[in-house]
Design a protein around this ligand. Structure first.
Ligand SMILES: [Ca+2]
Length: 179
């Protein structure tokens, strides 16, 4: 097994992914995310459709992995099996998953995330507390109001793969703050 610390972070992530908060990850969570994304962005139909295809593929490749629904226990088992089988590959997969996700959040496609983009990204996943979202953004010490995508990606890689609880974890800190 991955250690208790990492499993506790995976459990936090489950609650994040369970966008409609019914205790199961399934197509409804993708649909909730899709609706929010459309509401929050002034996109053309074409842009919306392109983004939605990315969302659906993201969930399939990185979360569902062939299943159509996952309980918390099933998600932990799936992560743990992959982590134990090949830790390096698991880390690479998580890195890829957050690169894909932040390419969607990075509306202006400049590999940097502004506070507005950051907040829209969080609100797309149902995190509506703007004040907490701002505090989360500030934790990265943005320069000129921006955070490099690479830095954000690596913070999520740490959150989803690092077993060292002595290492400061920004994403975990944000979760604990109530984001
Ligand atoms: Ca759900």
């Amino acid at each position: 097994m991955a250690n208790e610390y990492l499993i506790s972070k995976w459990k936090m992530w489950f609650t994040w992914l369970d966008i409609n908060k019914d205790g199961i990850l399934d197509a409804q969570d993708i649909e909730s995310e899709r609706q929010r994304f459309v509401e929050l962005n002034e996109f053309s139909t074409e842009q919306i459709n392109a983004a939605m295809e990315v969302f659906a593929k993201w969930w399939e490749e990185f979360i569902f992995c062939g299943k159509s629904e996952l309980s918390e226990e099933a998600l932990i088992k799936s992560f743990n099996d992959a982590f134990k089988a090949n830790k390096k590959r698991f880390i690479e997969k998580m890195r890829r998953s957050f690169q894909v996700a932040y390419n969607v959040v990075d509306i202006h496609s400049n590999q940097c995330i502004s506070e507005d983009e950051f907040i829209v990204g969080l609100r797309t996943s149902g995190h509506e507390n703007i004040e907490l979202n701002r505090r989360f953004f500030q934790m990265y010490n943005p320069v000129d109001g921006h955070i490099p995508v690479k830095e954000l990606v690596e913070s999520w890689v740490q959150f989803t793969t690092c077993e060292d609880k002595e290492k400061h974890d920004i994403v975990k800190t944000a979760f604990e703050l109530g984001v």
